[in-house]
Design a protein around this ligand. Structure first.
Ligand code: SF4
Ligand code: SF4
Length: 305
């Protein structure tokens, strides 16, 4: 039986497809965008997330740790990542949920059972299940098995993807996927490599192949101030979309709601202090894209809250 590593199951999501949805966040992402709002989902391994505002200073984690990796500070326990053995004993003994593990294995059977608890909500709202991440195609076999399992149960399915995977992986999901939410950040190859850490060629070629098959698809453009929201970048995106016979997209304006998570997992947030767009900025962006033939509206986007 296939198994998958999940770092969150978020119920009552309203921005990841039609109706009320349950969004499943799969671990692992091939990109390394510095604005990522779910940094605990990037690595393929389970990792510790600290919520220090919940800490009771009971020292159970300190006493449990076999590696001496936990230091008690006035802000709560701090974990030395170098010496940590990833045994997760600290999370097991924490009585307050101040130390948790992002990443839990599920079989397709167990996850399907969990998701079917929301069947009534899906039926009443026209919703369903959305797979997000990380990047769900980092676990292609598990994703495919989950889609098949849910379709067998008559559940509406959606995949949110950055498109950076083998085309074969995407192609296999088409018969079992009711909606794709496809993120498009860069057309410019140099910028894509600089800001995401990967070439954009696979993303763009998969986009063309997928849209040519005419599936239900929502194009999402995450807007990062000073990085991909300049006039030239927007025009390139518009031209690319038109070349794929697409004339509308959702804009995902930048926000920093995920900033605290970097601290929680012991990483630095590199975009600290970056201002989000003003309403006027967004109107200007919409105007530029509109003049170039792309209708836009504001979208939501999958963030683990
Ligand atoms: S995961 Fe294990 S080794 Fe690492 S800090 Fe927690 S108890 Fe210590
Ligand atoms: S076990 Fe939990 S509540 Fe107790 S000190 Fe460690 S983090 Fe804080």
């Amino acid at each position: 039986m296939t198994q998958g590593l999940i770092f969150n199951i978020q119920r009552f999501s309203l921005h990841d497809g039609p109706g009320v949805r349950t969004t499943v966040f799969l671990k692992g992402c091939p990109l390394s965008c510095s604005w990522c709002q779910n940094p605990e989902g990037i690595s393929m391994d389970p990792l510790i997330v600290r919520h220090m505002n919940k800490c009771l200073a009971c020292l159970s984690c300190f006493n449990q740790c076999p590696a001496g990796s936990i230091k008690i500070t006035d802000k709560g326990p701090v974990i030395d990542q170098q010496s940590c053995r990833k045994c997760f004993g600290c999370a097991d003994v924490c009585p307050a949920g101040a130390i948790k593990v992002a990443g839990k294995m599920f079989t397709t059977e167990a996850l399907t059972k969990e998701l079917l608890k929301d069947r009534l909500v899906f039926e009443e709202s026209g919703g369903g299940v959305t797979f997000s991440g990380g990047e769900p195609f980092m676990q292609p076999e598990f994703l495919l098995e989950m889609l098949k399992s849910l379709k067998n149960q008559g559940i509406h399915t959606a995949i949110e993807t950055c498109g950076h995977t083998k085309w074969e992986n995407i192609k296999k999901t088409i018969p079992f996927t009711d909606l794709y939410l496809y993120d498009l950040k860069f057309i410019d190859e140099e910028k894509c490599a600089r800001y995401t850490g990967v070439s954009g060629q696979l993303i763009l070629s998969n986009f063309k192949k997928l849209t040519a098959l005419n599936p239900a698809i929502i194009i999402r453009i995450p807007l990062i101030p000073g990085i991909n929201d300049d006039h030239a970048s927007l025009l390139k995106i518009a031209e690319f979309l038109k070349s794929a016979a697409v004339d509308q997209a959702e804009l995902i304006p930048y926000h920093n709601y995920g900033e605290r998570k970097y601290d929680n997992i012991g990483c630095e947030y590199k975009l600290k202090g970056l201002e989000k767009h003003s309403d006027l900025d967004l109107e200007n962006i919409k105007y530029v894209l509109g003049r170039a033939g792309i209708k836009t509206e504001n979208g939501g986007g999958s963030n683990v809250l």
